[in-house]
Ligand binder design. Structure first.
Ligand code: SAH
Length: 356
């Protein structure tokens, strides 16, 4: 039994079953045993590979995107470049290198990394310390005021969700409790209040509904409206609400049981981009997309960038560049499952990579 499982069982024994949201938070971010707190999970030898780890092209194109957005903002003399959950710092390093093409942008930006993991902060420092001074934050709320461009790749999927299960008398909160002496999913006995049940009247019996906390998205929207800027959210997910349990554990590049060995696997759920759009607009921001990652990267010129890189490459390198291009953009790889949404100050107008 992992030390975290022992602790979770203790909590359940004294306080009763915990919500799926609390379970996710403990597994990922427990101050001592949380998955992200204790390790660098990324890369071929880790548990999963993200887009910036696939190819430098990903961060470079986002760098070009950020420089253009900064120009659309009127080229402010100071801009906060904020990354949420920067992993190994690879995206930021590639972004900063590409930003050299726009020296005034490079000179105007200060880098703010929002990261809860000491292990990953150390890794980010290794990646970035030589080229850039950076400031770390536990949460975006402590990034100093001012216009900001915010990047979040595979960050929102790790934010905890509540799950609800539809029964004959309405929606019930799904919880994690003790079943046959192990951790198991249960449903809370009392249904949710009537107003909640009215939200999704057509859901079939047994349907699962996932709801993320609106607060972080509401904060981003308010911030870009009041102080200027835009947030770019890239993640795996769907454009409209569906019913289904998408809680997924990944370990060593394989799916795992989300309740087995808590703290040892990455836990995520699909991002509901429709919901993010509603929250952003409700707080006064404009939204752009969601478009698929393949479409977004093609519009930013990934095919031309790949061709340029291949000009000076050896045959094996050229093959690697083609493979990376396919991995990021092909419909059967990351190209369609991953979506891109921008939440922006309405004054900015259309943004690169989107058709609005
Ligand atoms: N963006 C990176 C890493 C994705 S993994 C990439 O694309 O490679 C998720 C990242 O978010 C990790 O850096 C993790 O430590 C961080 N993270 C997860 N939950 C967080 C939270 N609540 N606050 C801040 N960072 C968080």
């Amino acid at each position: 039994m992992t030390p975290l499982e022992r602790e979770i069982r203790q909590i359940i024994a004294t306080e009763g079953p915990i919500t799926v949201s609390d379970y996710m938070r403990l597994c990922l971010a427990h101050p001592r045993y949380g998955y992200y707190i204790t390790r660098d999970p990324l890369g071929v030898r880790g548990d999963f590979v993200t887009a910036p780890e696939v190819s430098q092209m990903f961060g470079e194109l986002i760098g070009a995107w950020a420089a253009t957005v900064w120009q659309q903002m009127g080229a402010p003399a100071a801009i906060r470049l904020v990354e949420l959950g920067p992993g190994r710092g690879t995206l930021m390093a590639d972004l900063l290198r590409a930003a050299k093409a726009v020296p005034a942008f490079r000179a105007a930006l200060s880098v703010h990394l929002v990261e809860i993991s000491p292990a990953l902060r150390a890794r980010q420092q290794q990646t970035l310390a030589l080229t850039q001074s950076v400031q770390w934050h536990d949460a975006i709320e402590t990034v100093p005021d001012g216009p900001a461009i915010v990047i979040a790749n595979e960050f929102v999927d790790a934010l905890p969700v509540h799950q609800f299960v539809k029964d004959s008398d309405g929606w019930h909160l799904r919880v994690v409790g003790l079943v046959d002496d192990g951790l198991g999913f249960l449903v809370a006995p009392t249904p949710m209040p009537k107003t909640f049940n009215e939200e999704s009247p057509g859901a079939p019996h047994g349907a699962v509904l996932e709801l993320r906390d609106e607060e972080p998205i509401a904060y981003l929207a308010q911030r870009v409206v009041q102080q200027g800027g835009a947030a770019l959210i890239i993640d795996y997910g769907h454009a409209a609400r569906g019913f289904g349990d998408t809680l997924q554990a990944v370990r060593d590049h394989q799916f795992a049981d989300p309740l087995a060995e808590p703290g040892e696997a990455d836990l995520t759920t699909q991002v509901n981009f429709g919901e993010l759009t509603v929250w952003a607009r409700r707080n006064g921001a404009s939204t752009h997309g969601p478009v698929t990652q393949g479409e977004f990267l093609r519009r930013l010129g990934i095919e031309q960038r790949a061709a340029r890189l291949k000009q000076n490459a050896m045959p094996q390198q050229a093959a690697d560049i083609d493979a990376a291009l396919a991995r990021l953009t092909a419909p059967d790889q990351m190209g369609e499952l991953f979506k891109v949404l921008a939440i922006a100050d309405p004054k900015l107008g259309p943004l690169p990579g989107f058709d609005n």
